[in-house]
Design a protein around this ligand. Structure first.
Ligand SMILES: Cc1cc2nc3c(=O)[nH]c(=O)nc-3n(C[C@H](O)[C@H](O)[C@H](O)COP(=O)(O)OP(=O)(O)OC[C@H]3O[C@@H](n4cnc5c(N)ncnc54)[C@H](O)[C@@H]3O)c2cc1C
Length: 377
């Protein structure tokens, strides 16, 4: 296993628990220190607004099969607190609201939700009265929206660790601060080179997130995966106000309140890379419009103090579709890569990839065949 984010820790758990495999997870830094531990913790099931506006309905139809993996991801999240003995995951699903303030936004939501419903997602169009009755904290100039009851949230600071602990209980070994640096074929196995020595493995699972392309390049493959710095903001704790996951139909916004009362404001606004360190840092040019959108949707946010903003690298693909399966020409090497919304789908796709690696699921399984590396959308 390469990578100790949510994907890597969850794949390790399933390989060890379900397959009794001898699992070694290699993480170059600390567990959960990349995207998985720095995200907003939203469970997304509705098609995101920004690519819908920028890439259009044709894109949305190609993307739409991905919704099944997100729905399955949310269903899987519901099982995790009990299964992993981890109540600290704070899994809740009180529904997501995409809020329109202009007629054109409502028309867009109507078109988008029709595509979502075709995939079996429950999404209801709400008029102004229904919306404000369900969510009286929303701005009075909201004119309607969509409601998707399965959307919700969990605590990203806890999830990968809960999987890692459970994997270790089933015998998996986890090595932090151990960077994988190359891979070569050795008979029916792979020699995985690390900065602490070489490991021989019959199967390798690439869960390197935004660095998955670099890992695949060692095998001569060009995966076209992307890495983007994006940012999130959190407010002080306030009394319970927002039970839902709130989006804006105008632009990038996700807003929710944690179990402790803080309001988390994100949506994928770009951060910057520091010119000297190369590390992601918060961009003011994104912070202001992101907060403006939050206040436009939920006016009470204007009275809350911001405590912190942070930036991290998200794993992306241009078409927002995941890449899942065995790498072509590299038998025994599997990729578990879910872009942009990998917190939502991670626990499900990790189990799917573990089943593939264990030979318990076929590569032509319709749930994933269309997402295989090299598959055409
Ligand atoms: C700010 C932000 C907000 C987000 N909000 C949401 C959200 O609300 N909902 C949602 O569904 N998704 C969200 N996402 C996306 C989600 O966090 C990611 O898609 C998901 O966490 C990816 O998980 P991963 O395990 O594949 O990758 P990561 O968590 O990035 O883990 C990859 C790991 O691989 C390690 N690694 C890389 N190369 C090597 C190597 N050579 N050797 C050893 N280890 C290596 C890295 O150090 C890292 O720990 C957000 C992301 C960000 C950044």
């Amino acid at each position: 296993m390469i990578g100790g984010g949510l994907a890597g820790c969850a794949v390790a758990y399933h390989l060890a628990r379900d397959g009794g495999a001898d699992v070694l997870l290699l993480e170059r830094g600390e567990l959960n220190a990349a995207a998985s531990g720095n995200n907003s913790g939203s469970f997304h099931a509705q098609i995101p607004v920004e690519p819908f506006l920028n890439q259009g309905e044709g894109w949305a139809r190609r993307f739409a099969p991905t919704l099944h993996l997100m729905m399955a991801g949310i269903a899987r999240w519901m099982e995790l607190p009990a299964e992993l003995a981890a109540p600290e995951l704070e899994v809740t699903a009180k529904g997501g609201l995409m809020v329109a303030r202009r007629p054109a936004e409502l028309a867009m939501l109507r078109r988008k939700s029709a595509i979502e419903r075709q995939q079996g997602l429950e999404v209801r169009l709400l008029d102004r009265g229904e919306l404000l009755a369900l969510a009286p904290y929303l701005a009075p100039d909201s004119i309607g929206g969509t409601y998707c009851p399965i959307e919700g949230k969990a605590n990203p600071l806890m999830a990968a660790f809960a999987f890692a602990r459970a994997a270790q209980r089933h015998g998996a070994r986890i090595l932090g601060r151990t960077r994988t640096i190359g891979m070569t074929r050795d008979g029916d196995a792979w020699l995985v080179a690390t900065d602490a020595g070489v490991v021989r493995a019959r199967r390798v699972v690439n869960c390197a997130g935004a660095a998955a392309g670099e890992v695949a390049s060692w095998l001569g493959l060009d995966l076209a995966v992307e890495a983007h710095p994006i940012q999130v903001t959190v407010t002080e704790r306030v009394a319970p106000l927002v039970p839902h996951l709130v989006y804006s139909a105008a632009d990038r916004l996700s807003l929710k309140q944690t179990a402790q009362g803080s309001v988390i404001i994100g949506g994928g606004w770009p951060a910057r890379l520091h010119p000297v360190t190369g590390l992601p840092v918060v961009s003011e040019e994104s912070l202001i419009p992101n907060l403006r959108l939050a206040i436009a949707a939920v006016p009470a946010v204007a009275r809350m103090r911001v405590v912190r903003s942070w930036a991290a690298i998200v794993n992306g693909t241009q078409d927002w579709r995941p890449i899942l399966g065995e790498l072509p020409g590299a038998a025994g090497v599997f990729l578990c890569f879910f872009p942009w919304m990998g917190f939502t789908a991670g626990p499900h796709v990790a189990r799917v990839i573990a089943e593939l690696a264990l030979g318990r699921r076929r590569a032509d399984d319709p749930e994933i065949a269309g997402f295989a590396p090299g598959a055409l959308a």
